[in-house]
Write a protein that binds this ligand. Sequence first.
Ligand SMILES: [Zn+2]
Length: 343
Amino acid sequence: MKNFFLGYACIAFLAAGCSSNKGSSTTATDEGAKPYLELIQAEQLRKHLFIVASDEMEGRNTGEPGQKKAGEYLINQYKKMGVGFPKRATTYYQPIPSEFFKKAFSPKLGDSENIWAFIEGTEKPDEILVISAHYDHVGMKNGEVYNGADDDGSGTVALLELAAAFQKAKKDGKGPKRSILFLHVTGEEHGLHGSRFYAENPLYDLKATIANINIDMIGRRGYGKEENDNYVYVIGSDRLSTDLHRISEEANTKYVGLELDYKYNDLNDPNRFYYRSDHYNFAKKGIPAIFYFNGVHDDYHKPTDTPDKIDYPLLAKRARLAFAVAWELANAKERPLVDKDGK
Ligand SMILES: [Zn+2]
């Protein structure tokens, strides 16, 4: 999650290009997701996160060795589970030159990379669902590591487990009907750069991109929710597509049972979270986007955002929701209809 001041500087009006994504209403599928969603477990998430958010990764600042090391860990996990890079790519990396990160009043950042993995759809391989999480964080300051366990180590490791669960389904002959791109974006903390780079240089035509599920900070309990072990904030789901919103609600009811809190989806939300994570670069292009988020807490953007403070069962539950929504989107008869103007 990008900090407020950067976010505020980036306010832009939504492009009106929403007319290209036509489709009719989607229908929910059966309960096929259940055995795979249950593969997403707290213990495995913990194992990954204690590595991704370890001091060794030096706070994963964009373009620095610690981030690249974390990226290598992610790629090795995909290799282990047998999930390859997209067919159209030649590696797991989408390179982004340092120049692209240039911004007034910002430090110069090194060359960096988005990381992608891909599971090809069985029936509509050319239609793409993008599931994103940023794997960069803010690095080190005064010799202290900013581990970024929640921000966004939590989303990063959730993506790994979603991919593993989809891959198991595929092995069982139940792979997603549409293709899924697992996109670990870089440069988020410095201004949503990695997702903007992808949206400007997409591997697959954005017209064929049916939706974006973005996961940024799902491992903790935010302010005012300290006693609540069963909620998630949902942002953006209804801005472009009634179908996407409905699918998120139905998948939650059917499979997970979290309290879905729409407080920050309010158009007048002073925090402006809708504009502060990577889904926004997809929404801007007229792609239905949904953002799962736990809210901010005392350790947000501090060296104390460490993996020991994560609520792993809650992280698993939220990851399961993202999986269930992805499953429904990837397997629904029709892609979600864009029937709203994005505001
Ligand atoms: Zn952040």
